[in-house]
Design a protein. Structure first.
Ligand code: 6GU
Length: 232
């Protein structure tokens, strides 16, 4: 999979070279290119934003550097581009969307800052490419960069061969689409820590009883924390 990220803060993406995503890049499973939007400006101050038409607070990202960025990225590869625009006004990012994005050959992340990108960039890109505006949740970040870190990790771990033990993905995909439950609590050694014991059932060796206990724990947690997932 090819990933392009366009941002005025390319340094945000250094952590993608760590851990599982870093290994996927090092092995060539993922081809990551981070681009500084300012490289597609032509004025002395590398201006990427301007005041909003109609007035109001904040600044809007100018369309011209974005247009040049999209043209340059299209030229750089024959793979069809899916453009992902992180914005609190986007569709909610879910595990289902992560699975969908993991099927695309090339994702281009367009990171807005300030009050966002001139709408004509989104409209132009929508006429030419697939564009998905995505939100991480109902809160406001200063820009799309942190969202791209989260989305990239969620997508790359789903690519074939990236996770060592794909059984961990299997358990998740059961909860995907089917009954959506939060995970049950997990324990490891020692059996007593600071006076707190591991639930006895987990030491029983009875896998059917353990499976039922975990299911009950997951259901109770989901009812307490995310009743919406149970339709309650
Ligand atoms: Cl994807 N971007 C920004 N800027 N803020 C957000 C977000 C995304 N998701 C939640 N808040």
């Amino acid at each position: 999979m090819r990933l392009d990220v366009v941002s005025i803060f390319p340094d945000y993406f250094a952590p993608l070279h760590l851990s599982l995503v870093g290994k996927a890049i090092a092995s060539g499973r993922v081809d990551l290119a981070v681009h500084d939007l300012r490289s597609w400006t032509h004025d002395r101050h590398h201006t990427t934003d301007d005041t909003p038409y109609g007035g109001g607070a904040g600044m809007v990202m100018k369309p011209e550097p974005w247009g040049e960025a999209l043209d340059a990225l299209e030229q750089a590869s024959d793979l069809p581009m899916t453009i992902v625009v992180p914005t609190p006004a986007g569709q909610p990012f879910t595990q289902a969307l992560a699975y969908e994005l993991a099927t695309r050959p090339r994702l281009v992340f367009a990171c807005g800052r300030y009050e966002g990108i001139d709408q004509r960039v989104i409209d132009y890109a929508t006429d030419t490419y697939e564009v998905i505006e995505v939100s991480l949740g109902d809160y406001v970040l200063n820009g799309g960069e942190v969202a791209v870190l989260a989305i990239t990790e969620a997508v790359v771990r789903l690519l074939p061969g990236v996770i060592g033990n794909p059984d961990s993905l299997l358990e998740e995909s059961h909860s995907e689409g089917n009954e959506q439950l939060l995970e049950y609590p997990n324990y490891t050694k020692p059996p007593i820590w600071r006076g707190r014991e591991v639930p006895e059932v987990l030491l029983s060796g009875n896998h059917a009883v353990i499976a039922r206990w975990r299911q009950e724990q997951a259901t109770a947690r989901t009812r307490a924390r995310r009743p919406d997932l149970l339709g309650e």
